[in-house]
Design a protein around this ligand. Structure first.
Ligand code: AMP
Length: 456
């Protein structure tokens, strides 16, 4: 099957060729002809299968004729995250380069004024996250009764993130007579129920069974003790000849801890998590894509939608607690037919999460036996300090609270020496656990004098 067999016009075909694609992916060859026939579509496909082009290409075709009106978009694409929305917008740029379609991106973290200006000019394609779109709709800044094509992308993710009530509200503002394209990586019963509510006599296309990992990804599991995790990760990065990698942590605060740890060890690393503002997220991603650094430590905010075509590795520094997230995380590598490697570090406490991943993907993640953390790694040693037990940490913390003025009493030169000692020896102990067992970012306690940090 060739792109030219799908019913696309010369202009769109040229843009596809310019993008460097010669053969449609299975979801594209199955979906595009039906979308061009104005049929509703229920697509079961993960990211990485080329599903975005399976709706953007025929949409460009359909929207090529017709006029826009101020504040009345002609089509609407709903995405669960800002990153995904931004990515879809980029794909419209790439594939729509020979067309004059106008688009607007309504996502959180960007000023309303800018978005209002775009809406006022009239848009052919509106790409939005549900919350921000509703904000605009409630202020009367956007009217949805002219929408002819609706795309609900990553529906299972929308459901997980609690966005479905918003999506239902948005759909109620749309005309009944419209074409609806509904995509989901998995098809649990609730998603089926919702799809039958939104779609009318849809054509169903499915490119891989729900929740399977792409065959282009070689997966591996390494058993490790909690205290050896960072060192093992560093050794793996060195041993695996990583070109570029995403490293997933379960908690946002651990993203910061690991990021700084990797930087201290000389790796070119950046960090991305949901608490960063949109500007910093975009800036970080752009820098990563441009090769400014090759390791991105991230939370699950990057697990869906992040599209970097040749990502060589994904590391799960923590085993995800939701099996679905495992699929999405590792799906950042092995994309568009390329080979990728996904390595998961697991401690003895992760047993039940590994079991639910095995249940979902249909097999246990293959184990790498006998991987030894290398000896070459010398600095900074602080990372290898064992994690304190809770009683130890509590005693230390009490000590710290009891003796603050003692630091000031110490002779300055003595204090300086002690400080230097402390920085080398102690911070990662503190970084891993505070006195109630939570992790605390590096650096937070670096200015506490050494003798206050020493164990009693
Ligand atoms: P998606 O599943 O839409 O996130 O797309 C995954 C990746 O595949 C993106 O990097 C696309 O640019 C790329 N892609 C889409 N269609 C094709 C194609 N026909 N051939 C090769 N790569 C493609």
């Amino acid at each position: 099957m060739k792109f030219s067999d799908l019913g696309l016009s010369e202009d769109v075909l040229r843009a596809v060729t310019d993008a460097g694609y010669d053969t449609p992916t299975p979801i594209q060859s199955q979906a595009i002809p039906y979308v061009l026939m104005n049929r509703d579509l229920l697509g079961c496909a993960q990211t990485g299968t080329g599903k975005t082009a399976s709706f953007t290409l025929p949409m460009i075709e359909i929207l090529a004729h017709g006029r826009t009106r101020a504040r009345m978009p002609r089509s609407l694409i709903l995405e669960p995250t800002r990153e995904l929305a931004a990515q879809v917008s980029e794909q419209f740029e790439v594939y729509g380069k020979h067309h004059k379609l106008s688009k607007a991106l309504l996502i959180g973290g960007v000023s309303f004024a800018e978005q209002n200006t775009a809406l006022d000019r009239g848009v052919d394609v509106l790409i939005a996250t549900p919350g921000r779109l509703l904000d605009h709709a409630e202020r009367g800044k956007v009217l949805l009764r002219d929408v002819k094509i609706l795309v609900i992308d990553e529906a299972d993710r929308m459901l997980d993130m609690g966005f479905m009530p918003d999506v239902e509200k948005i759909v109620s503002l749309l005309p009944q007579m419209r074409q609806t394209l509904f995509f989901s990586a998995t098809m649990p019963p609730e998603i089926r129920r919702l799809s039958s509510k939104f779609l009318s006599n849809p054509k169903e296309v499915s490119v891989s069974p729900p929740a399977t990992a792409a065959e282009t990804i070689s997966q591996a599991l390494i058993r490790v003790s909690a205290k050896d995790k960072r060192k093992t990760l560093r050794d793996l990065i060195r041993a695996e000849s990583v070109q570029n990698a995403l490293i997933f942590c379960n908690r946002k605060r651990d993203v910061g801890v690991l990021h700084r740890s990797l930087q201290r060890h000389g790796f070119k690393a950046g960090a991305l998590h949901g608490d960063m503002d949109q500007y910093s997220r975009t800036e970080t991603l752009d820098k990563f894509k441009a090769g400014g650094f090759n390791i991105l430590v991230c939370s699950d905010v990057a697990a869906r939608g992040l599209d970097i075509p040749s990502m060589s590795h994904v590391f799960n520094f923590d085993v995800p607690t939701h099996a679905d997230d495992y699929i999405h995380r590792i799906g950042r590598t092995g994309r568009a037919g390329k080979q990728g490697r996904a390595i998961t570090l697991a401690t003895s406490e992760d047993k039940r999460y590994l079991e639910s991943i095995a249940k979902l993907i249909g097999y246990p993640i293959p184990k790498i036996e006998g991987f030894q953390a290398g000896e070459s790694d010398t600095s900074p040693k602080a990372d290898e300090k064992p994690v304190e037990s809770r009683p130890q940490a509590r005693r230390r913390s009490n000590n710290r609270r009891d003796k603050p003025s003692a630091s000031k009493a110490a002779a300055p030169s003595q204090n300086r020496n002690r400080k230097a000692e402390t920085r080398k020896a102690e911070p990662s102990v503190i970084a891993e656990r505070d006195d109630i067992g939570n992790s605390v970012p590096f650096g937070q306690d670096e200015h506490v004098p050494a003798f206050l940090l020493r164990k009693p």
